[in-house]
Design a protein around this ligand. Structure first.
Ligand SMILES: [Zn+2]
Length: 261
């Protein structure tokens, strides 16, 4: 049976650990104990080993301490590299000669886990998880501006590649659905577009080729234009009406009128 360690002694040992930077080894303790009893005398008096003592006092061992401290360092390194390069790869990390090493990070925490915690992008072809691949697909299609067929997607060599999707065990069709798009599933004459509005990812079937906005975004812009009519003078109103009569009220014409104001 262990004898209960005196409360004051407990507090004093904890103080020593704080003086040593938040962790303790037997050597560190003995070098910094001052007038406190030596580790040997504590061990024989309480019949306790060092790791039991650390656990009892809730003090970190050197390994635990280093693990925690290096994790903070690794996350901060990832963030810095991401700022500099826009993404993180093992090559960039190794070339920067940072500590802890990439090997240490992979072994102790997992490379992807640190990327996730640091909220950084990994290099092309290295996706953190399925959500990451889906997120990239969503952005790629948004940039493309329309919904391609699976074959077209492959031919355009867009990223994430269908191989990257396969590596995450998902088909292109299912990934598109998860990204919020509706793949065709059959031949179509008119390809769907993705709304031109920066924050909008809505897919729509354009009535004519010049349409750029989805219905809700277009309706919103139109309602602003209608409000603007109230402030227009006679000459401006006449100009707007003339354009509408000659050019028609297609989305493109309405937006041209809108933008010329
Ligand atoms: Zn929209």
């Amino acid at each position: 049976m262990n004898m209960k360690i005196d409360k004051d002694l407990k507090k004093n040992i904890k103080d020593v650990s704080e003086k040593c930077g938040g962790y303790l080894t037997t050597n560190l303790y003995d070098e910094n104990r001052g007038t406190l009893p030596s580790w040997d005398s504590i061990r024989s008096k309480y019949n306790i080993n060092f790791s039991e003592l650390l656990a009892e006092l809730n003090i970190k061992s050197k390994d635990e301490y280093l693990m925690q401290r290096n994790k903070v360092k690794a996350i901060s390194n990832f963030k810095l590299l991401n700022l500099e390069f826009g993404f993180v790869s093992k090559k960039i990390y190794d070339d920067s000669k940072l500590q802890p090493s990439s090997e240490y990070i992979s072994k102790h925490y997992g490379w992807n886990e640190i990327a996730k915690e640091a909220n950084v992008r990994l290099a092309h072809g290295q996706y953190i998880d399925l959500n990451d691949v889906i997120e990239q697909l969503k952005e790629t299609i948004k940039k493309l501006g329309y919904i391609p067929t699976s074959t077209e997607y492959k031919e355009l060599q867009l990223k994430p590649s269908q191989d990257s999707l396969a590596a995450k065990n998902i088909t292109w069709t299912d990934a598109m659905k998860k990204a919020g798009y509706r793949p065709y599933g059959k031949a179509v004459i008119v390809k769907d577009k993705v709304c031109f509005n920066e924050d909008c990812y809505r897919q729509f079937t354009p009535i004519d080729e010049s349409e750029k906005h989805c219905d809700p975004c277009y309706k919103h812009l139109r309602s602003i234009l209608i409000k603007e009519l109230k402030q227009m003078n006679k000459a401006k109103l006449e100009e707007v009406c003339t354009k509408l009569i000659y050019l028609g009220n297609s989305q493109k014409n309405i937006l041209d009128i809108f933008n010329s104001n």
